[in-house]
Design a protein around this ligand. Sequence first.
Ligand code: 1PR
Length: 579
Amino acid sequence: MLYMLDYGAGNVRSLANSIRKLGYDFEWVKSPADIQKADKLIFPGVGAFGPAMESLNRQGYSQPLKEFIASGKPYMGICIGMQALFERSTEAPNVPGLGVVPGEVDRFDAGPSTSTGAIKSVPQMGWNEANPVRTSAKQFGYQSGQHFYFVHSYRASFDIEKHKDWALTTTQYGDEVFLSSIRRGNVYATQFHPEKSGRAGLEILRAWLSEESAVKDDQWIVEPAQAAKPAQTDGLTKRVVACLDVRSNDDGDLVVTKGESYDVREKEEAKEVGGQVRNLGKPVDLALRYYLEGADEIVFLNITSFRSCPLQDQPMLSVLSNAAASIFVPLTIGGGIKDSVDPDGTKHSAKEVADEYFRAGADKVSIGSEAVLAVEELLQRAGSKDVARVKQDHLTGKTGIEMISKAYGKQAVVVSIDPRRVYVEKDEEVDPSHLACVVEGEKGSRYDGKRWWYRCTIKGGREDRDIDVVQLAKGVETLGAGEILVNSIDQDGQSKGFDRQLIDLVRGSVSIPVVASSGAGSAQHFEEVFAAKPLAQRAEPSSVEAALAAGIFHRKEVGIEEVKSALAEKGFKVRREKI
Ligand code: 1PR
């Protein structure tokens, strides 16, 4: 019998769904004795090394796991399930790993790449190659040209001496070459998430589950020294993300809607108030369509979450669990990830709300309004409007961002920013704390001669706050967010292109991945936003990692494949697979 170890963090539902989709059955490990009973064991997980190992120790799983591995029965680890095999991780230096694989796991270096000078975002979040270094990789389902979904800040560098017997595939991020999968004897593990890697990932799981991976031939394909050497560029692709704004329409049905500058009601002439909520389809159907069309990620935003109690918002949970049953790329859920109180007075922390969504199949949660309030409070505690003045003791550890990021890893926490332009005539009109956020319209554009800054809002643009996008972006990075989704109330639904100055400001302010959103109207708009090199505070930052669109995909004006083929023609790396 196959057993799956769920140590209580991260999205294990997707892996369960993938295994069932492939026609296999499994049992959950519920006690240490189950590990002894297992014929095959799979240990998945996103999350942080320390809490994962501590949880294994607390639940009495560490020793049975070591014994299982020593018994020669097949073990597969995924992400944290791979990192746990090493002796230790600098993520939690005082918590030992299982010590099956020599060496330690360490953080990606966010500094400039020696080959290209570009600064890379940490965590690595997205689709990268897994390059086979041994002939046996083929039996494990690896083929050239495939991409797999990675989401991690820590990695095991490929050390030839230590890992000669272990390396199966290597991957390059920036100019760092790390182990993306390892195998020796019965032990197999991947740093990427096969359950989130579309058809290519399902094939990896199928190969292990069906034991096609029983090794017949195991030679080095390339010299280890060659495999350890970084190439000129890494294999990370630009991500194309589809977004579904979800809410109940006036008949109470949950629909995908789409606004213009966040107004989602049909315009009815001769009426001052808007008409019906625009209905562009059913959330799960539309998400499935985008998966099949090649979306690299799908985001669901519950856009009326400020009204209701999310833990009672069962429709969004069931949207997510139904989507996760047949969609094998990362799913993000946003809207209402905050502390809440049920009508009966039961309190739930933002983390408990997020727990429900992760259990339902989310890979990341996106936090909007609460992130703004959390950064405002952080700056208040620091007694300054400058995030650079924030010190460790200003952090309480109690905000949703901090708690979720601690439990699930920062890669699981996206902050969604809803800024709006505030036009100004002269700098004197602007609070000095927002001056870093003032931009000028491009020469020759329709904004030539205009100046503005970007004010953050909450509750879907319904309430303005006295904080700008640079303060917010830096603040949420300090609190532990792993990615920033930059919307624009001005550009939303306009199909006139992304707000490049806004995106540049945010990109240049943080080291975590940035997703450009709002305003996509053509494939060319994606090319422009990916080609952009920000006017940055930092030397040679790269452009954004991902770009998101909603309206053009919903209305079938531009297809995802059309965007990707245009990007590929311009020389951008993109993931393309026929499903
Ligand atoms: O504040 O944590 O409860 O989260 C609420 C979330 O809902 C936020 O992420 C916020 O952006 C979103 N939201 C709230 N109201 C609206 C609205 O439209 N009335 N949607 C809304 C924001 C923006 C993007 C959109 C892009 C691309 N929508 O999600 O998909 O602008 O659209 P386009 O390609 O058609 O231009 P909280």
